[in-house]
Design a protein around this ligand. Structure first.
Ligand code: NAG
Ligand code: NAG
Ligand code: NAG
Ligand code: NAG
Length: 484
C-alpha cells in the first residue's frame, strides 16, 4: 500500500527538484546593450524588445541612469560596467567608490528596482593594445568597490567581475591544453583569480572568432563557425572543430595553471558583425550566432569541460551602435542582432522560447524622407561635403565589403548626405550642402543598401549634464578631503 504513495511522493519531489534546478541547469543567452549610437531608441522601447524576446540577462558598459530606470521592476538581471577611465579614481579613493556604488547600484536595488547582479570593473582593461595603461588600476578599484558593496550590504548579492579580452591568454602551437596567461599578466591574474574565487565570481571573457579571421587571412574560415571543418585541431586525445571551444579551453588551461581549473566562466561578449567588412555580412552573422546558441544550449560543454556547469553567454550585441569608433574596423558599428532601430537583421532562435527574433514595437521614426544628391547640381566640388558628412554621421557601409559598396559615385554622395541629414534629425539646413543636396520622399535604398530614416530619441546628451555635475561635486569633495 505504501509503495504507490511513496512513488508519488518520490515523483513529486523529483518534479519539485526539477522545477527548482531547471532554471539553474540551463545555459542562458544574454545580450550586451551598448548605447554609443546617434539614433538611440528610447530605453523603455529597448526594454520591451528584451522582454518580447524573453531575454533575461543584459550587460551594460556603464550605469546609464535612463537605462537602469527602464530596467527597474522587469526582473531582468543586469551587469553594470565601470569604464576604464574611472578605475584610477575609484581605486585611489574609497569615498569615490562608495559614491559610485551608492549612485549607480544601491539606489536602484530597492524592492521593485533593477536586479543588478554583477559589476564589471573595467572593460577589457588588460587589452594588449592599451600597453598596460589600466593594468595596475584594476585590483585597487576592485578592493574599494568590494568594500563599498560590503558597507551597502550588497556584497553577497552583487558580484564583481572583470571582463577580459581573450588576448589575456595564449598557447604555444595553438593547442588549448597549453594555455597560459600572458607572462606580464601572471601576477595580476593570480590576484584577480584569487579574488574571484573567494568572492564566488566567475571569470568573464570576451571571445571573437571574427577578429581572428579578420586579422589573419590564413585563419581557416570554417573553424570560426559551428558547422564542422576540415581544419580541426587535435590536442592529445581532444579534437576541436570550432574556434570557440578551442579558445574557451585555452582559458580553462590557463586558469588550471594558476590552480583554478574549475573556476566558472561567463562569456561576456561574443558575436559576428553583419556589415562594413569582407566576411562581415548577414549570412555569416546568422550562421555564427545561431551555431553558437545551439552549441551553448545543447550543454555539451567543451573537450576540457565536457560536463561543465552551463554557461552564460552575452551576445555582442543587441543593437548596432553607429557612433562607435571605427578604429578596430568599419564593422565595429554593425555588431547588433538588431539594427539601430530594433529591427531583426535575420531570423535567430535565442534558445529562450521564441523561434525567431521579434522586432521592436512602437518605434517613433522621423518622417519618411531622405536627403540625396541633387541631380542637377554640379558635383565636382562635393568631396569636402562628403567628408564632413561622413566624419559626423555613419558611412561605414560604403566601404569595401560593406552593403552599400558599389552603389556608384552619386549613390555614395546621396548616402553620405542622407546619413548626415538623419543625424541632424532631418533639419532642412542639414540637406543644403551648398545647393548640392535635396530632400526626397522616395526611398533611395538600392538592393541591400538601406538608406536609413532616423528615430526620435533623446539623443546622446540626455542625462550627461546631470551626471557630469555630480562627478564635479565628487571631485570637489575629494579636493576638500585632500585626496589630490
Ligand atoms: C559572408 O561572409 C562569409 C565569411 O564570413 C563569406 O564566406 C561569404 O562569402 C560572405 N558572403 C557574401 C555574400 O559576401
Ligand atoms: C564610394 O565610396 C567608397 C568608400 O569611400 C569607395 O570605396 C568607392 O570607390 C566609391 N565609389 C565610387 C564609384 O566612387
Ligand atoms: C545635444 O546637445 C547639443 C549641444 O548642447 C544641442 O545643440 C542638441 O540640440 C542636443 N541634442 C538633443 C537631441 O537634445
Ligand atoms: C554612474 O557611474 C558613471 C560612470 O560609470 C558616472 O559617470 C555616473 O555619474 C554615475 N551615475 C550617477 C547617477 O552618479
Amino acid at each position: 500500500m505504501l509503495q504507490p504513495r511513496f512513488t508519488t511522493i518520490l515523483l513529486f519531489s523529483c518534479f519539485l527538484c526539477c522545477w527548482v534546478l531547471l532554471p539553474m541547469a540551463e545555459s542562458a543567452i544574454g545580450v550586451n546593450w551598448g548605447t554609443i549610437s546617434s539614433h538611440r531608441l528610447k530605453p523603455s522601447t529597448v526594454v520591451h524588445l528584451l522582454r518580447d524576446n524573453k531575454i533575461q540577462k543584459v550587460k551594460l558598459f556603464e550605469a546609464d541612469p535612463d537605462v537602469l530606470k527602464a530596467l527597474m521592476g522587469t526582473g531582468i538581471q543586469v551587469m553594470v560596467g565601470i569604464p576604464n577611465e574611472i578605475l584610477s579614481l575609484l581605486g585611489s579613493s574609497s569615498l569615490a567608490a562608495d559614491f559610485w556604488v551608492r549612485q549607480n547600484v544601491s539606489s536602484y536595488m530597492a524592492k521593485g528596482g533593477a536586479d543588478i547582479r554583477y559589476i564589471a570593473v573595467g572593460n577589457e582593461p588588460f587589452l594588449s593594445s592599451y600597453n598596460g595603461q589600466f593594468q595596475n588600476l584594476v585590483m585597487p578599484a576592485i578592493t574599494n568597490i568590494q568594500q563599498s558593496l560590503v558597507k551597502a550590504n550588497l556584497a553577497g548579492y552583487v558580484k564583481i567581475v572583470v571582463p577580459c579580452n581573450a588576448d589575456a591568454y595564449e598557447s604555444s602551437g595553438g593547442l588549448p591544453s597549453q594555455g597560459v596567461f600572458r607572462p606580464e599578466l601572471t601576477q595580476i591574474m593570480t590576484q584577480l583569480v584569487q579574488f574571484l574565487n573567494t568572492n564566488g565570481s566567475p571569470f568573464v571573457v570576451n571571445i571573437y572568432p571574427f577578429l581572428s579571421l579578420y586579422d589573419n587571412a590564413d585563419f581557416p574560415q570554417e573553424y570560426a563557425f559551428f558547422q564542422g571543418t576540415t581544419h580541426s585541431v587535435t590536442d592529445g586525445s581532444n579534437v576541436y572543430t570550432n574556434a570557440f571551444d578551442g579558445n574557451y579551453d585555452t582559458l580553462v588551461a590557463a586558469l588550471g595553471k594558476l590552480g583554478y581549473g574549475q573556476m566558472p566562466i561567463v562569456i561576456g561578449e561574443i558575436g559576428w558583425p553583419s556589415d562594413g567588412a569582407v566576411g562581415a555580412n548577414i549570412t555569416a552573422a546568422r550562421v555564427f550566432n545561431q551555431g553558437l546558441v545551439y552549441h551553448i544550449v545543447s550543454n555539451k560543454g567543451t573537450p576540457l569541460r565536457p560536463n561543465a556547469p552551463p554557461m552564460d553567454v552575452y551576445l555582442f550585441g543587441l543593437l548596432d551602435e553607429g557612433a562607435k569608433s571605427t578604429l578596430p574596423g568599419n564593422f565595429e558599428r554593425h555588431w547588433g542582432i538588431f539594427s539601430f532601430d530594433g529591427q531583426a537583421k535575420y531570423p535567430l532562435n535565442l534558445g529562450l522560447g521564441n523561434k525567431e527574433l521579434r522586432n521592436a514595437k512602437n518605434v517613433q521614426y522621423l518622417p519618411s524622407r531622405w536627403c540625396v544628391a541633387n541631380p542637377s547640381g554640379d558635383l565636382t566640388n562635393v568631396v569636402n561635403h562628403m567628408k564632413i558628412a561622413c566624419s559626423a554621421a555613419d558611412c561605414t557601409t560604403l566601404n569595401y565589403g560593406g552593403s552599400c559598396n558599389g552603389i556608384g559615385e552619386k549613390g555614395n554622395i546621396s548616402y553620405a548626405f542622407n546619413s548626415y541629414y538623419q543625424l541632424r534629425m532631418q533639419d532642412s539646413r542639414s540637406c543644403e550642402f551648398d545647393g548640392l543636396g535635396m530632400v526626397t520622399f522616395l526611398d533611395p535604398s538600392i538592393g541591400d543598401c538601406h538608406f536609413l530614416v532616423g528615430v526620435f530619441d533623446k539623443g546622446l546628451n540626455s542625462s550627461t549634464s546631470q551626471t557630469t555635475y555630480q562627478w564635479w561635486v565628487l571631485v570637489l569633495l575629494l579636493i576638500l578631503h585632500g585626496a589630490f
